[in-house]
Design a protein around this ligand. Structure first.
Ligand SMILES: [Zn+2]
Length: 219
């Protein structure tokens, strides 16, 4: 684990506040360093604008605390995601307002905008509720996310995005929150027109062909 990687997590934590994806200590971020059998995760109970690189918590893949402050209460969830999805190396979890609004309704975000495709899916589904910080929540969320999707709503809780690297997972969370806000606004004014299966298939081909850069080229 390098200083650069710890600083990157602390910096993205501050971005969560600046981009209004969270307030105070809500949500959490992590990266996996598979070659070192280690994950780095934001600490528990420290406001994002106060997290220093040395506060970042390091755990091994069995969940043993190695260094830094005590980990976010959702460390079971982060570890379970890395164990079940070998291609992902970053997890972003937020309680962002518009996505969480739909999570309270247990209502998936449909294909109302092509940017839903950043999640490599045609809709953002809702994982069942379980108490925060539990292995049960980790198990249910991992099962609901499946083997391909990059983003899911967590019932009565928030949003979860995964990616091959932190910037990708973060941008996915940011774009899906933006789509949730647009969909909410459109629903206030009328009935949004959804994209067809074929239109989403075409968008998904483009997102997949751009690989990791997909969340950067979405414009
Ligand atoms: Zn949470």
């Amino acid at each position: 684990m390098t200083d650069h990687q710890r600083r990157q997590l602390a910096d993205y934590g501050r971005r969560l506040l600046a981009d209004r994806l969270t307030t105070g200590t809500g949500g959490n971020l992590s990266i996996a360093l598979r070659s070192e059998d280690m994950i780095a995760i934001t600490p528990s109970g420290i406001s994002y604008d106060e997290i220093k690189p040395e506060d970042i918590s390091l755990l091994d893949f069995s969940g043993r605390h190695l260094e830094g402050c005590p980990p976010s209460s959702e460390w079971h969830l982060h570890l379970a995601l890395y164990r079940s999805r070998p291609e992902i190396n970053a997890v972003v979890h937020t309680h962002s307002r518009f996505a969480t609004t739909f999570a309270l309704l247990h209502e998936p975000l449909p294909a109302c905008h092509y940017l839903i495709g950043v999640a490599r899916a045609k809709e953002i589904r809702v994982a069942p509720y379980a108490t925060f910080g539990t292995k049960k929540l980790a198990r249910k969320t991992v099962a609901a996310l499946g083997n391909h999707d990059r983003c899911i709503l967590m019932a009565n809780h928030g949003l979860l995005a995964v990616g091959e690297e932190l910037m990708e997972a973060y941008n996915t969370a940011l774009y899906i929150e933006e789509v949730a806000e647009l969909y909410y606004r459109a629903r206030c004014l009328g009935t949004p027109v959804l994209l067809s299966e074929a239109e989403m298939d075409e968008a998904l081909i483009r997102f997949r062909s751009y690989g990791q850069k997909a969340t950067m080229m979405a414009s």
